[in-house]
Design a protein around this ligand. Structure first.
Ligand code: DAT
Ligand code: MG
Length: 150
């Protein structure tokens, strides 16, 4: 839908590599609306909740350590088919298979350092938005709206 929301997070490697501005620019330029944003040092417990579906995978402990190793940028972006489109903009989980032009395909190489997270379904987006923004998101009118949507 036109007001769909997705949770996008720049991981610690994306922050350390100074890619925050470039990643945000891609969502802005595509026409998505930013409705929540913060820089946070997360805890392992919080990240285990975020990645609960992956508990038991061999890479899970390393994933949690990496994600807690520095601050992340937590964001909510809203717009037409935001979840699916966000995933296309991210590329595949393994950056080596990600198309050139996608965030992972342009900026990284290793699956364990793939710089950015995006929700994989509307249901997980809702869960992740509640988890990272219990205080809620921001409502405002974007001056661009009538130039981006009919
Ligand atoms: P995605 O981030 O594309 O949604 P996922 O939800 O399956 O992928 O996994 C979450 C993260 O876990 C992923 O971004 C990187 C890490 N990961 C996934 N599969 C991995 C693997 N085989 N080896 C190492 N890390 C992996
Ligand atoms: Mg995932």
């Amino acid at each position: 839908s036109v007001n769909e929301r997705t949770y996008i997070m720049i991981k610690p490697d994306g922050v350390q590599r100074n890619l925050i501005g470039k990643i945000i620019a891609r969502f802005e330029e595509r026409g998505f609306k930013l409705i929540a944003l913060k820089l946070v040092q997360s805890t392992e417990a919080h990240l285990e909740n975020h990645y609960a579906d992956l508990k038991g995978k061999p890479f899970f402990p390393g994933l949690i350590k990496y994600m807690a190793s520095g601050p992340v940028v937590a964001m909510v972006w809203q717009g037409l088919d935001a979840v699916k489109t966000g995933r296309v903009m991210l590329g595949t989980t393994n950056p080596l298979q990600s198309p050139i032009g996608s965030i992972r395909g342009d900026f990284c190489l290793a699956v364990g350092r793939n710089i950015c997270h995006g929700s994989d379904s509307v249901e997980s987006a809702e869960k992740e938005i509640k988890l990272w923004f219990p205080e809620g998101v921001v409502q405002y009118t974007s001056a661009m709206e009538s130039w981006i949507f009919e």
